[in-house]
Design a protein around this ligand. Structure first.
Ligand code: ADP
Length: 455
């Protein structure tokens, strides 16, 4: 059926409807001329509307859609051309620029023709400005490559500690130059395997560390720290004691070329691209990035990287020691049970058995730990007991959910939760007990023996 036939049919139906309405109304009342005119106008609008739609609105919408499609195509083509131009130009610029820097350095280090002090100053300026320009070009090249999806990400399982140590030793000279104390707490406690692109993660961490040094105060501190998150991610934090970031800049932190006002002081060199590139790289590696800052006190920039798929194992290490043999041995057993239950070859029944053993052991461990705390006069006993109670309740809830649903993702959630709290609990809460035990060793031993007798 053609469009015109449809229109004529609609018009005919509307005519018939109008006739019937008029007939119906005139049966009950004498229609005034105004009412008849109003009905006529209404019908005229109704009859003409399909024609208006087909003859005016439809062609207009089609023309606008075509225009939008054309504009989108032009924009996409322009974007592709821009990316190609940037990549090409960056390469063309880098080659001569490297030559400028290289020859300026040759001038300075040629013992046969020593330079005058003024000439040394000039060549220093050439080298300094050349390097800055090179940094901008490299940043643009990185950004263009990421946006054009030309960055190859090669994911593998890596040893996080080796990476941390490499990053720290690379950044040590820059930190020393500004008398900044650079510490690595990230290697303490646990040694997880991460699933990531090691070269790109290193680039991201180096960028965060160099910002933490650059935007710090002379004599400040930069700390690399890490912790397990509850959801299969590992958070690596770079903490500084710099000037922090004003709240008004929070939304612009990861925007390209935005230096958040520091450009006006001209005191700290930079391009405003580093964090943009870092964020894009981290997200390409299925990671997450964020920051917290306090003006005048410092900032913490963090990245969260997925743990290796099959390698969510915790490793005991002396840094986890609380200083009481019974408690340390409990923690070792808990880690072993956790690793055992994470073994992908276990059957459903075996997972249930180990999980029950793990939860029972946790409850026994809490009792022992509370007895030790009471015996050595630990002041935060009540609060610590509350934490134990909450942890046990949440773990039991997840375990029940698992036994009801038998969904593998619930057991994964439970294990991620247990891994995260176990390490956090040992490192942050249990370690505080160690200090109170000295001088109370006999009372602690007695309390532990009592528990064994009543068990
Ligand atoms: P660049 O350092 O080259 O300017 P970045 O993209 O790495 O570029 O950082 C963008 C801006 O964010 C910086 O110019 C600075 O103002 C701010 N910034 C980044 N890291 C920190 C930090 N650790 N402390 C304070 N400000 C920071």
């Amino acid at each position: 059926m053609s469009g015109l036939t449809i229109l004529l049919r609609i018009a005919a139906i509307i005519f018939v409807v109008e006739g019937m309405i008029m007939l119906a109304l005139s049966r009950f009342a004498q229609l005034s001329p105004q009412v008849t005119t109003a009905i006529d106008v209404l019908m005229l609008v109704l009859i003409s509307s399909p024609f208006i739609f087909v003859l005016v609105i439809k062609p207009y919408v089609a023309a606008r859609t075509q225009e939008i499609n054309n504009a989108r195509e032009i924009a996409e083509r322009a974007n592709r051309t821009k990316d190609e131009f940037l990549a090409h130009m960056s390469h063309e610029l880098r080659t001569p620029l490297n030559a400028v820097i290289g020859f300026a350095q040759l001038l300075q280090y040629n013992p046969g023709e020593p330079l005058s002090p003024a000439q040394i100053d000039y060549t220093n300026s050439i080298i300094y400005s050349g390097k800055h320009l090179l940094e901008i070009i490299n940043g643009m090249l990185d950004l263009a490559a990421i946006e054009a999806d030309r960055v190859h990400i090669s994911m593998e399982d890596i040893d996080a500690r080796v990476l941390f140590e490499e990053c720290i030793s690379l950044m040590r000279p820059a930190a020393e130059a500004r008398k900044i104390k650079l510490s690595n707490l990230a290697s303490n406690g646990l040694n997880p395997q991460l699933h990531t692109d090691v070269v790109r993660l290193k680039q991201a961490l180096i960028n965060l560390l160099s910002n933490a040094i650059k935007y710090n105060v002379v004599g400040g501190a930069v700390t690399l720290d890490a912790k397990l998150m509850g959801d299969g991610y590992f958070r690596i934090s770079v903490i500084d004691t710099g000037k922090g970031i004003a709240r008004e800049y929070y939304n612009n932190i990861f925007e390209p070329f935005d230096r958040l006002g520091v450009e006006s002081t001209r005191s700290i060199e930079g391009t405003g691209i580093g964090l943009t590139v870092t964020k894009k790289l981290v997200e390409k590696m299925k990671g997450r990035i964020g920051f917290e800052s306090q003006e005048g006190a410092g900032s913490t920039f963090w990245v969260e990287i997925p743990l290796a798929m099959e390698q969510k194992q915790l490793l005991w290490n002396e840094d986890l020691s609380v200083g009481v043999e019974a408690i340390d041995s409990d923690h070792k057993i808990l880690i072993e049970l956790l690793n055992k239950v994470s073994d992908p070859v276990l059957s459903h029944t075996e997972v249930s058995e180990v999980l029950t053993e793990l939860l029972n052991y946790t409850v026994g461990h809490f009792k022992r730990e509370e007895a030790v705390m009471a015996a050595c006069g630990y002041p935060n006993l009540a609060e610590h007991m509350k934490i134990h109670h909450l942890l046990a309740a949440k773990a039991t809830l997840l375990a029940e959910e698992w036994s009801e649903s038998e969904k593998p993702e619930v057991v994964e959630q439970l294990l991620d939760f247990l891994r995260a709290w176990l390490v956090k609990h040992i490192m942050e809460e249990d370690k505080a007990i160690g200090r109170y035990i000295r001088g109370h060793e006999r009372e602690v031993d007695g309390a532990l023996q009592n528990i064994e007798k009543t068990a």
